[in-house]
Design a protein around this ligand. Structure first.
Ligand SMILES: [Zn+2]
Length: 230
């Protein structure tokens, strides 16, 4: 298809966990996928004093995961738990949309915790505003045609799109495993939880594994011929 896709991700792992299978599918079908992310994983440690090593480990794991998916990444490596709802980061989102000039954009839904909900807001607003004739230092106005929220652990509110990722599930889980997350159980990695979520999402359309999305109409679709309505 040769289309351009941009994913705005609070942390590099979010894009992998929430839509890694869709990333593989988009690439396999001839599209280019870029991820623009913010966080550096400095809170991913459970023994006092482990923050610095956590960042080193997180960067290494991120590189492995993105190698597995075959997807490009640009990350600002800001601290986890930092307030993302700032003028600077809003401008970074607009700049990224204008730089990558994507046909479609994916980003968070308002769920899980404050950095993800913040990204849901500033990404969606940047999608709307990147097309305005404003903020000339951030690049020329650009209008991505469509915008989708991906499902995190909590899922989007109303699913509008379910992507069959069955052929890509093992590659996605391998990428997720590269992060070695132990969110809920120190003995077992989180990949099997993700597999169960994707199996449930697949059951909604009768396939083995899927990922779910909610298309945004915050910036409404223009109807030039009535065909668009069908
Ligand atoms: Zn995150």
């Amino acid at each position: 298809m040769n289309k351009k896709v941009l994913i705005l991700s609070a942390h590099p792992d979010d894009a992998v966990t929430c839509m890694g299978g869709t990333i593989c599918k988009l690439i396999a079908e001839g599209n280019s996928v870029s991820v623009f992310a913010f966080g550096n994983g400095d809170e991913d440690y459970d023994e006092p004093g482990g923050s610095e090593a956590a960042v080193v480990r997180y960067k290494e794991n991120t590189a492995k995961a993105y190698d597995i998916l075959g997807c490009s990444l640009e990350c600002l490596w800001l601290p986890d738990f930092e307030d993302f709802q700032t003028r600077e980061l809003y401008r970074e989102c607009i700049k990224a949309i204008r730089k990558y000039q994507p046909d479609i954009v994916f980003a968070h839904w308002w769920a899980e915790y404050f950095q993800h909900t913040t990204m849901a807001t500033i990404s969606r607003d940047a999608w709307n505003q990147s097309r305005w004739f404003c903020s000339g230092d951030l690049g020329k106005p650009w209008t991505p045609a469509k915008y989708y929220h991906f499902s995190g652990a909590d899922g989007v509110k109303e699913i509008t799109h379910i992507v069959d990722i069955t052929p890509y599930i093992e590659r996605k889980l391998a990428a997720h495993r590269a992060f070695a997350f132990r969110f809920f159980d120190k003995e077992n990695d989180d990949a099997e939880n993700v597999r169960k979520r994707n199996a449930y999402e697949g059951s909604l359309i009768g396939v083995d594994y899927a990922e779910t999305f909610q298309r945004s109409f915050y910036f409404p679709e223009a109807v030039t011929t009535s065909e668009t309505l069908f």
